[in-house]
Design a protein around this ligand. Structure first.
Ligand code: 13P
Length: 307
């Protein structure tokens, strides 16, 4: 079968099974283009968790990485949340465990813990409030300066929220291996070639990259801004998968990835075949033990209250 015929066949089978299972397909902005194209909704971590929290669907097929599917499972205990590839993890989320956080909290008994959503459910359960890249600054700005604030696990997002809010944060030494691949030289090289281009940077990037940004945004924020910004050329410093959506929604603009090396291999694991298999076999069912879920839910809901 030709590739185009094969894709059409897969898409038709997925559509039919999706109806039968009363399923909703969510895709993060870093997913493969073909996956983004068949999803009911695409978005950033915050947008997708908000959609998951509201949907009437019985099954959520989460095309993203494990912590995102776990967040949906935390918010929707009555729904079946499926991650189409069981190996789709997040190295940043794996840079912290509940045990290591408990040990740190013993050293800092007065600390208020802000936990980036890129973390395991068990770590969220040990935290006071969650945040995503879309609202980290807003969350940190609202905290009382009297407490020690421990920000886990992304040191660069924490550094960004601290420098913009003026609040002193204690930073966990985690980082996203994909975003740290983007260097200031990458931005400067692209700026030399496209001097009029605006530079959009994800806050998981290093401070020296953030300092070259016109705007620092979550992936959802980048998509919204791209639609209204006047610039015709836009340099995008985040995972390259987002270029698919940006170019599709704004065909008159030219989006330039800051670095072609900024590829998250885990985000690229999910394919149309995996989605079909997921719906056929109802795999891989992401479950969070109830005791952990309830504690993690309180940290996630506190974040959602911030808007
Ligand atoms: P967004 O919430 O901005 O989509 O970021 C998710 C992420 O995991 C970045 O690495």
């Amino acid at each position: 079968m030709l590739n185009a015929d094969r894709d059409l066949h897969l898409r038709e089978k997925i559509a039919a099974l999706k109806q039968e299972r009363k399923a909703l397909i969510l895709a993060h902005n870093y997913q493969l283009g073909e996956v983004q194209d068949i999803a009911d909704f695409g978005g950033d971590s915050l947008e997708l968790s908000q959609i998951a929290a509201k949907t009437d669907a019985e099954v959520i097929v989460f095309c993203g990485v494990r912590f995102m599917a776990e967040t949906a499972a935390i918010l929707c205990p009555d729904k079946m949340v499926l991650l189409p590839d069981v190996n789709a993890g997040c190295p940043l989320a794996d840079m912290i465990t509940a045990q290591s956080l408990r040990e740190k909290k013993q050293e800092l008994p007065r600390a208020y813990v802000v936990c980036y959503v890129n973390s395991p459910a068990s770590v969220k359960a040990e935290s006071d409030v969650c945040c995503t890249s879309a609202n980290a600054l807003k969350v940190v700005e609202k905290l009382s300066s009297n407490d020690d604030i421990l920000f886990v696990p992304d040191q660069y997002l924490g550094h960004y929220a601290s420098s913009r809010s003026g609040k002193k944060l204690i930073l966990w030494p985690g980082f996203c291996p994909t975003h740290v691949r983007i260097s200031p030289e990458d931005i400067l090289r692209q700026k030399e070639q496209y001097p009029k281009a605006k530079v959009l940077v994800h806050p998981e990037c290093k401070p020296e990259v953030i300092s070259l940004a016109d705007e620092v945004l979550s992936t959802g924020g980048m998509c919204r801004l791209a639609a209204k910004i006047e610039a015709e050329e836009i340099i995008v410093a985040t995972e390259v998968g987002i270029i698919h959506r940006l170019s599709k929604e704004n065909p008159d603009k030219h989006f330039i990835p800051a670095s072609l090396e900024a590829i998250c291999p885990y985000m690229k694991l999910i394919t149309l075949e995996h989605i079909l298999h997921s719906l056929e076999e109802m795999k891989y069912h992401i479950r969070v033990p109830e005791e952990i879920r309830l504690k993690a839910k309180s940290a996630v809901e506190k974040m959602l209250e911030f808007g």
